[in-house]
Design a protein around this ligand. Sequence first.
Ligand code: ARG
Length: 231
Amino acid sequence: KEGAKTEAKKVLNVGTEATFAPFEFMDKGEVTGFDVDLLKAVANEAGYDVKIENTGWDAMFAGLQSKQLDIGMAGITITPERVDSYDFSNPYFESKTMIAFKDVKIENAEDLKGKKIGVQNGTTGQFAAEKIVGQNSSDISKYETAALMFQALQSDNVQAAVTDIAVALEYQKNNPDTGIETVTDDKQFEPEYYGIVFPKGSEYVEEFDKALNTVLDNGKYAEIYKKWFDE
Ligand code: ARG
């Protein structure tokens, strides 16, 4: 074609915390998962490439603050506090809090009282647990990654882990002989919505929202959803 050129797409730097299957996890040295496929589809639609790095949770937010990262994609719940400091895309996934537990009886959120609880530090799981047992409760142990939280449950360092529903169910499915049980509590836990995160004032938010809409409308989102969530 006349005048056709192959223009290299701009590469955006993405941070994540990749111990959060099925949203993001490491497979053969690569970050993979629902979020990865979705972000790539949305970025592609918007005309960008993405370089996704497993920065860890805190470093991801720090990188967004300092604008060393263009995007955070990690099953990140849109909360009023975070909206003060970062820009979010429109919601792309509905979630809720789930309690995973082992060797104890837990039927609802109230039953967390008096239990040893593990959470991933700085997540809505932590905030949900604190709402029940108090913010400074010494019964809450905070872990840097979701994987370390699940390890603590597995090795009986905690009796319950408070995290996101799809992640708890995935862990349970992948670890069938561990005696791990799960329960939600719609009376105590609010629905949550994940968004793609950008530094405050980012130039990309609008383009990504538009691209996200397209991906939701044209069947691409449904395809990715099916790949990761159809049993
Ligand atoms: N949705 C929860 C939150 O935003 C947990 C997200 C944890 N994500 C992760 N990749 N470890 O607080």
